[in-house]
Design a protein around this ligand. Structure first.
Ligand code: SF4
Length: 62
């Protein structure tokens, strides 16, 4: 029985930060959440106009 808050990845999912980027080292695997306490979101555009213009700046390649 799993008696702690850790997901199958061994990371603690932060349910305030949902994320589907499974290629990130901070992702919780089968749980679509981030394991960080907080993240930084930014943009690579001069004038962002849609969601594709934004980026998670806390991304770390696995
Ligand atoms: S750091 Fe960003 S990309 Fe990586 S799991 Fe967390 S929210 Fe997703």
């Amino acid at each position: 029985m799993n008696t702690n808050n850790f997901g199958q990845s061994g990371r603690n999912p932060n349910h305030c930060i949902a994320c589907t980027v499974q290629q990130c080292a901070h992702h919780c695997g089968s749980d679509n959440y981030c394991s960080l306490d907080r993240i930084l979101v930014g943009t690579h555009e001069y004038n962002p106009t849609e969601d594709q213009c934004t980026d998670c700046k806390s991304f770390l390649k696995k």
